[in-house]
Design a protein around this ligand. Structure first.
Ligand SMILES: [Zn+2]
Length: 230
């Protein structure tokens, strides 16, 4: 699975997986585009419907200073189960809600992100749900390519750019370096996609999302974050 997986044991992985469900886990992802095996008249084994090929946009250039996805995974998204990204109108901030995480070395952070991607794929999603990931040392990692719509807020993923800050901010606080990187990256994304400061939300600020994400110790900073980038 990952370097983390090989060292922390099966039970811990199970708990981490459960933690993922308890944390940031309310995203809706579109279902697979498979034709129904049942015709409207109820007969089975009808000829398969013709499914139009998915138009995959060209890759989005990685933003300056962002660690490319290829640095942490070789996996590619399941492109038959993913929509193109619409123009960005919103930015949503998350925590991972798993066990507290304090590591800052490159390989531990890469493994954490891969663990999250595996968790999301295990739920049947096309890929990791978030477009960017910020670790505790302030690195910004590319998650899901921005040519694809994310899967991080239930029923509200259209035009919604997802940023994950690794850690559990009900049980720990985001680091200063992480908050500084979040501030910088929000400014970059706002400028590039012309997103209003008031359209930068935390996960729980979406009415459709019944979640504690991004944890009280990051949620308490949201007003200040918006003021700073306005
Ligand atoms: Zn979330």
């Amino acid at each position: 699975m990952t370097e983390v997986a090989s060292t922390v044991g099966r039970r811990s992985i199970l708990m981490l997986g459960l933690g993922l469900f308890a944390g940031c886990a309310t995203a809706g992802s579109k279902s697979a585009r498979l034709p129904s095996p049942i015709w409207p008249d109820g007969s089975l084994l009808a000829p398969p419907a013709v499914v139009a090929p998915i138009k995959v946009p060209p890759p989005t250039p990685t933003l300056a200073g962002v660690i490319p996805r290829s640095s942490w995974t070789k996996a590619t998204p399941q492109v038959g189960n993913i929509d193109p990204m619409l123009p960005v109108k919103w930015i949503t901030i998350h925590h991972d809600g798993m066990s507290p995480f304090s590591a800052t070395d490159f390989s531990s952070c890469a493994s954490r992100i891969e663990l999250i991607r595996n968790g999301h794929r295990g739920k049947g999603w096309a890929d990791i749900g978030y477009h960017f990931v910020i670790d505790r040392s302030g690195r910004v990692w590319e998650g899901r390519d921005l040519r694809y719509q994310g899967a991080h807020v239930k029923d509200q993923n259209e035009g919604n750019l997802g940023i994950l800050c690794v850690g559990n901010f009900d049980q720990q606080s985001p680091s200063m370096a992480q908050l500084a990187a979040l501030d910088r990256h929000l400014r970059v994304c706002r400028a590039k996609y012309k997103v209003k400061a008031s359209s930068v939300l935390s996960h729980q600020e979406w009415a459709s999302a019944k979640t504690a994400c991004p944890g009280r110790n990051l949620q308490s900073k949201m007003s200040g974050i918006r003021r700073a980038i306005a």
